[in-house]
Write a protein that binds this ligand. Structure first.
Ligand code: ZN
Length: 190
């Protein structure tokens, strides 16, 4: 699944931190992330925090802007494997899969979404070493979902037809029931 991989699960000082997830309506989720140019202690901490935050039951992937950092880094947690990718680019996709998809930034809402069955992403790790992450099924879906995040896109942007209408209805209800804490109405326009 991976090559040249060394988990960043712990920082040099041995500490890690679970970070709060930014929710739908936060502008950072709509801002394309900047490429990482400096491989420093801050990046090591970011990679560790992403891995620590994603490695929990029910979580599969996490992009840096979901914890408020607009940098091109994401972490994944699939089949018990945790890792991260810095400055990723999708190198290849193949086939199709249709399954339910959700997002930590849009809690508890899941919709069917067609994605490529296989995806391969290339980037580097926190130390700048080349890394390839590739897989099918959930890992492929995760790679595509997180790449969208890094471009400032959300999976609900890819919905169409009646599924999209239902999603917009659900989000509007969420907005009303959360009193505006989760979303702003202007963002619900298709
Ligand atoms: Zn997401």
């Amino acid at each position: 699944m991976t090559s040249g991989w060394a988990p960043a699960h712990f920082r040099q000082d041995g500490t890690v931190a679970q970070r709060p997830i930014r929710l739908f309506g936060d502008p950072v989720l709509r801002t394309p992330c900047d490429a990482v140019g400096t491989f420093d202690e801050a990046l090591i901490s970011l990679a560790a925090d992403l891995e620590e935050t994603v490695a929990a039951p029910g979580r599969a992937g996490l992009a840096a802007n979901q914890i408020g950092v607009s940098r091109r880094v994401f972490a994944y947690y699939v089949d018990g494997q945790v890792g991260h990718l810095v400055n990723p680019v999708i190198e290849a996709v193949e086939g199709e899969q249709e399954d339910e998809e959700g997002c930590l930034s849009i809690p508890e809402l899941w919709y069917p979404l067609r994605r490529a069955r296989y995806a391969r992403a290339r980037g580097v790790d926190r130390l700048g070493q080349p890394v390839v992450v590739e897989g099918e099924g959930l890992l492929a879906r995760c790679i595509q979902h997180e790449m969208d995040h890094l471009h400032g896109r959300l999976f609900i942007d890819r919905l169409s037809g009646s599924v999209r209408k239902q999603a917009m209805r659900d989000l509007r209800e969420r907005y009303l029931s959360f009193g505006g804490a989760l979303a702003r109405p202007a963002l619900l326009v298709c």
